[in-house]
Design a protein around this ligand. Structure first.
Ligand SMILES: Nc1nc2c(ncn2[C@@H]2O[C@H](COP(=O)(O)OP(=O)(O)OP(=O)(O)O)[C@@H](O)[C@H]2O)c(=O)[nH]1
Ligand SMILES: [Mg+2]
Length: 266
């Protein structure tokens, strides 16, 4: 933001940059959809400038101390809504290991701790592929049952997920029945927006290094159709497989034009 106001004049220029993929709304009505780089939207016009001392400079008056005030600029209250946050978003119960996975896959450094709701705000990291393709992955706060009724971090969490084209369901293999986590997660998403459970997704079964995890995984594979990638965010086991499958899914949907560029500036 730059302020070019003259001391005695009412002239002011404001530049404000917002990320690509932002909706500009006023009273719930969309005024602009900033989806291409360089696109501009004039949010409000400044007032007409006043005349400064130099305007009154003349042969008779070599040092004028006179100025006229400018007229006030327009005032508006706008809401900016970020449309696309990341290509892929991690969905999981608190403590499932989402932040640990983001740290493993990318160079983002969200906090990790052995208690629920460590993550209160989304973090985005980027996976860099050898061919210079980049996939942005978001770690969002954990979901709990009743999130669609705004329990826990509820609706704010679900709004973040809505902005990701691919979902990574992160399940905790130390849970005795890990498939019930998947059912609950999909139920909560579906209650919020019925198209969310239909989004392209991968099931990531985490904490493979812990005792009984492999037995849990076997049962999970029997109970759940769809691709399950078992990983350990702690040891890094199968991280490459996850990165590879995510790319496959991403490429498939990109070709169909279903994946937009996310905001990479977190
Ligand atoms: N043994 C083991 N521990 C893990 C693994 N992944 C995560 N953890 C541990 O599980 C706990 C929770 O991990 P986080 O990454 O903070 O979990 P989260 O899903 O981000 O949790 P919230 O932010 O609360 O939603 C931490 O103590 C991690 O060290 C894993 O693969 N193996
Ligand atoms: Mg976390």
């Amino acid at each position: 933001m730059r302020d070019n106001s003259f001391h005695s004049a009412g002239w002011c220029l404001l530049f404000c940059q917002v990320p690509i993929g932002t909706l500009v709304k006023e009273d719930g009505v969309t005024l602009a959809d900033l989806s291409t780089p360089g696109e501009e939207f004039v949010a409000s016009y400044g007032g007409i400038g006043g005349k400064g001392n130099r305007f009154f400079l003349s042969n008779e008056n070599r040092a004028p101390v006179m100025a006229t005030p400018g007229s006030p600029g327009e005032e508006r209250c706008l809401q900016l809504e970020l449309k696309t946050m990341a290509h892929a978003g991690m969905v999981g119960f608190p403590n499932a290991g989402k932040s640990s996975l983001l740290r493993l896959l990318t160079n983002a450094r969200p906090a990790v701790a052995a208690y629920p709701f460590t993550t209160l705000n989304p973090h985005v990291g980027v996976i860099n592929y050898q061919d210079y393709e980049q996939i942005a992955v978001a770690d969002v706060p954990g979901i709990i049952e009743g999130a669609h009724q705004n329990r826990g971090l509820g609706l704010s969490f679900l709004r973040h997920i809505e902005r990701c084209r691919i979902l990574l369901y992160v399940l905790d293999l130390t849970h005795p029945e890990p498939w019930t986590q998947l059912n609950s997660l999909q139920y909560e998403l579906g209650q919020f927006d019925e198209s969310l459970p239909l989004r392209p997704h991968l099931i990531v079964a985490n904490k493979l290094d812990l005792p009984n995890a492999r037995r849990s995984l076997e049962v999970l594979r029997k109970e759940v159709k769809g691709r399950i990638i078992a990983v350990s965010a702690l040891t890094g086991e199968n991280a490459e497989e996850l990165i590879h499958h995510l790319r496959e899914l991403y490429d498939g949907h990109r070709q169909e034009g279903k994946i937009a560029e996310p905001y990479m500036g977190w």
